[in-house]
Ligand binder design. Structure first.
Ligand SMILES: [Zn+2]
Length: 88
């Protein structure tokens, strides 16, 4: 596994710039995906860690990803920039 750039909110890979969110000035975010982050703000500011955990599981299940891939993503959530303060 190489170093993949992933969304620091939901673990989605954002290597593809088309998947990245953007800042207020329209520049692309290098930290968050387009689903989590638009125009310099989170699309769902009220999202909690617990809610994100279940969203990630649900979305990855829909994509028919292997169970261990899903578990790894969920396990990495507490280390993401958006959540590490919450779970520290
Ligand atoms: Zn995201």
């Amino acid at each position: 596994m190489g170093l993949k750039l992933v969304c620091q909110s939901c673990t989605m890979p954002i290597d593809n710039i088309a998947d990245r969110g953007n800042e207020k000035d329209g520049s692309l975010s290098s930290e968050y995906c387009k689903y989590c982050y638009q125009r310099g703000a989170f699309t769902e500011p009220d999202m909690t860690y617990e809610k994100m955990e279940s969203v990630v599981k649900t979305q990855m299940n829909k994509m028919n990803l292997p169970v261990d891939t899903i578990q790894k993503a969920v396990a990495s959530l507490p280390y993401l920039k958006r959540w590490h303060k919450v779970k520290a």
